[in-house]
Design a binder for this molecule. Structure first.
Ligand SMILES: NC(=O)c1ccc[n+]([C@@H]2O[C@H](COP(=O)([O-])OP(=O)(O)OC[C@H]3O[C@@H](n4cnc5c(N)ncnc54)[C@H](OP(=O)(O)O)[C@@H]3O)[C@@H](O)[C@H]2O)c1
Length: 224
């Protein structure tokens, strides 16, 4: 196991597992913000080197183990592939979980269909040693590169994040801010329920103030 992560240090490197629509969009946005970006898939690094060079110029194609060495690891693989990730590689790491369980698109997946927990809690169970932060799941991959603005921009779009490890959330908040979005802490991982597919947050674009208002309404007890 590597040395414990210092969550107050500024993250410099981003490792991305998944080089599809989301992984490459996050990669390009992170490169624009000045991060060192490493990208891995389930294939050997040399097999994806050309694709990475074309899709995310400036990023480096690496193995999953090398990507897992980054300050923040982004998991952007289809949810049904999440159990092909190696939990040992991601132990002790800050992991952005950008996946969604969306049966109409992905088909029904037993693990997720028949469990009342949020998809991220189930993923956290599997990646037990990682500090999972759910975010980036409720912005379309195409919007991610269009909607980002400098801090202080009026009407700047916000992204919610949820996780059980405060240090990991702080680290990820700084990353989200640097790639163009206000970060709004929704609370523990369970609170990610408010921005899963089908929710108002998932279906829209919101400022930080609007997100906070929706999240706080979601926390209100239902009066019968
Ligand atoms: N579409 C959106 O706008 C959007 C927005 C936010 C979040 N999401 C969520 O983001 C996730 C990814 O979506 P996507 O549209 O980017 O998928 P995608 O285009 O199908 O790409 C998936 C990538 O994951 C790689 N992969 C599969 N298993 C892997 C493993 N064990 N380790 C590393 N890489 C692996 C695949 O490459 P190989 O198979 O070659 O390994 C591929 O590069 C989904 O859960 C989706 O719900 C989507």
């Amino acid at each position: 196991m590597s040395a414990p992560q210092n969550h107050s240090a500024e993250p410099r490197t981003i490792g991305i597992l998944g080089a599809g629509r989301v992984g490459t969009a996050v990669g390009r946005q992170a490169l624009k913000a000045g991060y060192g970006v490493m990208v891995a898939t389930s294939k050997p690094a040399e097999d994806i080197a050309l694709m990475v060079q074309i899709m995310t110029p400036g990023a480096v194609a690496v193995t999953a183990a090398e990507a897992a060495d980054a300050d923040i690891v982004v998991v952007a693989v289809p949810l049904h592939k999440c159990r092909t990730l190696d939990p040992d590689l991601l132990g002790g790491k800050t992991v952005i979980e950008a996946m969604n369980y969306w049966a109409p698109v992905d088909g029904e997946i037993d693990d997720f269909e028949n469990d009342d927990r949020t998809s991220s809690e189930i993923v956290q169970d599997y990646l037990a040693g990682s500090n999972i932060v759910k975010t980036l799941n409720h912005i379309g991959y195409h919007d991610l590169e269009v909607d980002g603005q400098e801090p202080g921009y009026e009407g700047r779009r916000a992204l919610a994040l949820a996780g059980d490890h405060q240090g990991a959330k702080d680290l990820v908040s700084r990353f989200i801010n640097r790639i163009g979005y206000d970060a709004v802490d929704a609370g523990p991982l369970e609170a990610g329920r408010s921005f899963q597919p089908g929710t108002e947050i998932f279906n829209g674009s919101h400022t930080a103030e609007q997100l906070r208002s929706i999240l706080s309404a979601d926390r209100e007890p239902v009066r019968l």
